[in-house]
Design a protein around this ligand. Structure first.
Ligand code: ATP
Length: 504
């Protein structure tokens, strides 16, 4: 037994040495090559090949690395060209407008990360097939004798900035350029945390359930792309540091978008001092990049299509339009399965469309999980009577913001009546800084009723810009076309499934 243990120790130190020398060699090569702006010779895996000469001039001037060949598990997979080339392709095709320098600067960061990941794919265990082979044969041995803590040699990226500046679009573009065979996962932050909490439920009673959950998540994906990182819930705030410490020490790489700088996350939240270590962990494991643009690309979308109605007393209008959308179908009360056996009552639903009075959806103790459940079953929401938000209905405002986020994420369609335009709905919600800048009224007599309803809330004050921007986009021709395309795609895959079931 002693001999065996000695043998294992020797093997372990030899492995660590080899791993270390490989990594230092890698980082040296990266330093020499200066990341993405390299000559082809310094990056053997990244031979740009003939495609580089076929690129439009703008791409060549950006000095891009193009299609690379990744050899994994004996299978040669040609990776896509990378985010910068793809961005230029979309501009050339007219899918995107030539973005500002801030978008290009962010793309460079993403391209650098893309190059680093391709270079270090093996060291990061990104390939699904190579990883599962190891897991199948010798996982038990590996987990016991190789140090558990193996941070990835590649740091992640935390992108933050103003609303509509293209963060999600850029992250998705980067994600889709990476090989499909990689252990990668792109998910909305809300959805990710819901998944974490439901896994935690399943592992109740285990000594450290967070470690088990982190183990499961990192087994499934090494690269985690989380859209819209934001912390508003104390239950999330208290577990984030331990969760991500485990994930990072399992080799996970985080790429995330957010409207908040790391230091502003969960600002003013309950027990924030317990959350602060997470900010240091994040800065340790991710490069922090501010997109820096102030262009809201959503404002470039076409004029409104008429699904958002501004009416103080619009009872009946939404029901009338809802009837038009469901056509011949009969609307009946329905039930939607939400996580952990919970059910959401839908007052009326038919043909993928759900009808709710505002109070039933945003003035009751419901949350992101309920909204995700709703949009799994329904693609259109008819919402009656969205009020002006202020101090008196702050919780409803929080829920409405979450509802719009989930709907947008699912490309859902919104038909609604509201007391004001998206901008007017949130006029009484301000950040602390906004409140300080507001001119103080001279006497209490001159104070308006609105002043008493002013809601000073940093989290909501920042989130409202995103909601206003999204509500505007959701009414645009482009968004509604995307919604229609999503429906058509769903229909196709359903038909495909039905056909397979018939054949079986
Ligand atoms: N260069 C561009 N050309 C055309 N459309 C763009 C461009 N950049 C972004 N967009 C579009 O603008 C809209 C907003 O972009 P996106 O959702 O990526 O912004 P965001 O910064 O993530 O916003 P938020 O902070 O609200 O989540 C999307 O419909 C996106 O496709």
């Amino acid at each position: 037994m002693r001999t065996f243990i000695l043998y294992v120790r020797q093997f372990r130190s030899a492995f660590q040495h080899r791993r270390y020398s490989f990594l230092s060699d890698l980082s040296r090569r990266q330093k020499v090559s200066g990341n993405w702006q390299t000559s082809d010779a310094s990056k053997p895996l990244h031979n740009a090949g003939i495609a580089r000469y076929l690129l439009p001039v703008s791409m060549v001037t950006r000095n891009l690395v193009t299609d690379s060949a990744i050899v994994a598990n004996g299978v040669k997979e040609v990776s896509r060209a990378g985010p910068l080339v793809e961005y230029d392709r979309r501009i050339a095709e007219g899918e995107l407008v030539d973005g500002d320098n801030c978008q290009v600067g962010t793309l460079r960061e993403l391209q650098r990360l893309y190059d680093d990941l391709v270079m270090s794919a093996n060291a990061c265990s990104l390939d699904r097939y190579a990883a599962s082979e190891k897991a199948g044969r010798s996982r038990w041995l590996w987990s016991r004798f190789i140090p558990q803590s193996s941070y990835s040699p590649v740091k992640g990226l935390y992108l933050y900035g103003g609303v509509g500046t293209g963060k999600t679009m850029l992250m998705d573009l980067f994600f889709n350029q990476l090989p499909d065979s990689w252990r990668k996962r792109r998910i909305h932050f809300h959805d990710f945390m819901l998944d974490v909490h439901s896994r935690l439920q399943r592992h109740k009673g285990v000594a450290d359930p967070l470690e088990v959950v982190a183990g499961e998540i990192s087994d499934e994906a090494v690269l985690l792309c989380l859209d819209e990182f934001m912390v508003t819930d104390v239950a999330d705030a208290l577990i984030l540091n331990r969760l991500f410490r485990h994930l990072f020490s399992n080799g996970c790489i985080l790429v995330s978008t957010s409207n908040r700088a790391p230091d502003k996350l969960y600002e003013g939240g309950l027990q924030r001092d317990l959350f602060l270590p997470f900010i240091s962990t994040l800065k340790e494991r991710c490069i922090i990049h501010e997109i820096g643009s102030s262009i809201d690309y959503r404002k470039m979308t076409s004029a409104e299509q008429g699904f958002y109605f501004i009416e103080k007393d619009a009872s009946g209008l939404v029901k009338q339009k809802f009837q038009y959308l469901i056509g011949e179908h009969t609307a009946v009360p329905q039930e939607v399965e939400v996580v952990m056996g919970r059910k959401l009552q839908v007052p009326l639903g038919a043909n993928g469309c759900a009808y709710f009075p505002f109070e039933d959806l945003c003035d009751k103790p419901l949350g992101a999980a309920d909204y995700f459940g709703l949009f799994k079953k329904f693609h259109t929401l008819a919402l009656e009577g969205v009020p002006i938000f202020g101090l008196h209905n702050r919780s409803a405002a929080y829920r409405f913001v979450t509802l719009v986020d989930v709907m947008y994420e699912n490309k859902g369609r919104l038909l609604c009546t509201a007391e004001g335009s998206p901008l007017q709905l949130f006029e009484r919600i301000v950040t602390i800084a906004d409140a300080q800048n507001m001119a103080p009224r001279t006497s209490s007599r001159s104070r308006k009723n609105d002043d008493f309803d002013l809601c000073v809330d940093n989290e909501l004050g920042f989130a409202k810009d995103r909601t206003i921007s999204r509500l505007t986009e959701m009414n645009s021709k482009e968004y509604l076309e995307q919604h229609a395309a999503m429906l058509a795609e769903k229909q196709l895959s359903q038909d495909d499934g039905d056909e397979k079931a018939l054949q079986a």
